[in-house]
Design a protein around this ligand. Structure first.
Ligand code: ATP
Ligand code: MG
Length: 445
């Protein structure tokens, strides 16, 4: 007797049998999918956009995969640029500055057999089956064909979406050992999507958490930015602690005494991000690290002037900044933001002060420092009066600087003539000289 073996996957859900809302897909994206198909190639939407639409959320962007090779993709679209060194993929522009990423199906390669190892090895073309298996979580490996209006599911992602479970494709321990960054992604996805990590994944994460120390720092920084911008950064932080990841990723922050204030600042950032407010990276990272700076300042005697605070931040935390791979430019801005915070609460009515504050609000770092001050005030419930005061001053400053008035000063690193000499140091403008006077600080520096 023969028994016909029917593989469990892929499951294909035809039109009408799934909840994918076609109306949620931008017209130009559908056009790209159709053009690829018309020219004899396979073409699917994949990843976050399919997952988000199925969960009733607005997708951040659209990713397309196809069996067409990069050069073949380029031939089909007028405004198409090939990018990437290791793995070439196409950016097809759908308007002035908006593009859709179109990638060729990729296979995962055994890291042992390829120089560079780990995730770096993922650069070999493959079939849709290969492509599905190399992805991180089942909910991120759903393929939507616009021409058939069907969904292809290779690993049970549809069911996991229904159950709200985040599950690795394959054995979680192997997948996390191959690429530890996936554990960080799981903390974000669980928070962002309101999902629970599968029991096997949770167990594997606790076991593999230490591998985060060896993860590629630049990719970790990218994931950090994604966390801080995702609108659920406070809940992601909670997950990072719960999964045992924070203590290996950013051990300085993994202290209970920071938890409440950090979570409150992140919650304030999340509220703003949910309303699509654009928050500069330097403000986001300053919010993450602020308690560390404050602790260091307290230890070294509070009431320091701008120059001292700036110097303390840059020197005491330079190792952390380079470990995090923070670009010099961002790090300089972060230290400038933090060093300016003391000024916001030092309002007085003297003539000297009046003169100083006019320059202060016109300084290039003011907007970022002010935004951070607002976030800190919002999350701590303190300094609401001062926020109002500085908003008013900033408004007055803007009006004064309107047509015909002086331009804002440029940050030191943007002044070509001074770039090399002053990049990591605060420029000693008249404003800062005045500041030293204000603080009674005679420190040179
Ligand atoms: P988001 O909405 O946050 O962008 P996303 O799922 O689109 O979520 P991306 O980082 O944009 O996340 O990645 C796109 C897709 O690429 C993912 O859905 C996943 O299928 C795959 N992917 C990304 N990073 C990894 C990784 N480290 N390992 C395996 N697959 C990955
Ligand atoms: Mg994405």
């Amino acid at each position: 007797m023969f028994r016909i073996f029917k593989p469990k996957y892929p499951v294909i859900l035809q039109s009408g049998k799934h909840a994918m809302a076609r109306s949620a897909i931008d017209r130009p994206v559908l056009d790209i999918l159709h053009r690829l198909r018309k020219n004899g190639y396979q073409a699917y939407l994949v990843g976050g956009c399919v997952r988000d639409i199925l969960m009733g959320k607005k997708p951040k962007d659209f990713d397309i995969v196809t069996d067409a090779r990069p050069r073949q993709i380029k031939q089909l679209f007028r405004r198409c640029y090939l990018i990437g060194k290791r793995f070439r993929l196409a950016h097809v522009y759908i308007s002035g500055d908006r593009f859709v990423e179109v990638a060729t199906f990729r296979a995962s390669v055994d890291p042992e057999t390829v120089n560079g190892g780990r995730f770096a090895a993922n650069n070999v073309f493959g079939t849709i089956d290969d492509d599905a298996l190399r992805r991180d979580f089942t909910v991120n490996a759903l393929y939507y064909s616009a021409v058939e209006d069907s969904i292809v599911d290779y690993s049970g992602g549809l069911n996991d979406i229904k159950k709200k479970v985040l599950r690795s494709i394959g054995k979680p321990g192997d997948r996390y050992r191959d690429d530890p960054v996936r554990m960080i992604r799981s903390a974000r996805f669980c928070a962002q999507l309101g999902m629970t990590l599968s029991r096997e994944d949770y167990k594997a994460t606790r076991e593999c958490a230490v591998l985060i120390r060896e993860a590629n720092a630049s990719r970790m920084l990218e994931e950090l930015y994604k966390i801080l911008r995702c609108g659920s950064s406070a809940a992601t932080l909670t997950n990072l602690v719960k999964f045992g990841l924070l203590e290996y990723w950013l051990p300085e922050l993994a202290k209970e005494k920071y938890y409440d204030s950090l979570t409150a600042r992140l919650a304030s950032i999340d509220n703003r991000r949910k309303q699509e407010e654009d928050i500069p990276v330097c403000v986001l990272v300053a919010a993450l690290l602020y308690d560390l700076f404050i602790d260091a300042l307290d230890e070294n005697g509070a009431q320091r002037g701008f120059q001292d605070t700036f110097a303390l931040c840059t020197t005491q935390f330079s190792e952390l900044a380079s470990r995090m791979r923070l670009p010099h430019r961002e790090w300089d801005r972060i230290c400038n933001i933090v060093a300016r915070q003391g000024i916001f609460t030092r309002i007085n009515g003297s003539q000297k002060w009046k003169k100083f504050e006019r320059r202060f609000v016109r300084n290039a770092y003011f907007d970022d420092a002010m935004l951070f001050f607002e976030i800190q005030a919002e999350s701590s419930g303190a300094n609401t009066e001062e926020v109002r005061y500085w908003k008013r001053k900033s408004e007055e400053g803007r009006r004064e600087a309107a047509p015909g008035a002086h331009k804002k000063e440029q940050p030191a690193e943007q002044k070509p003539a001074r770039k090399r000499r002053r990049r990591r140091r605060p420029e000693k403008t008249d404003e800062k000289k005045e500041l030293l006077v204000q603080n009674g600080d005679t420190h040179a520096g």
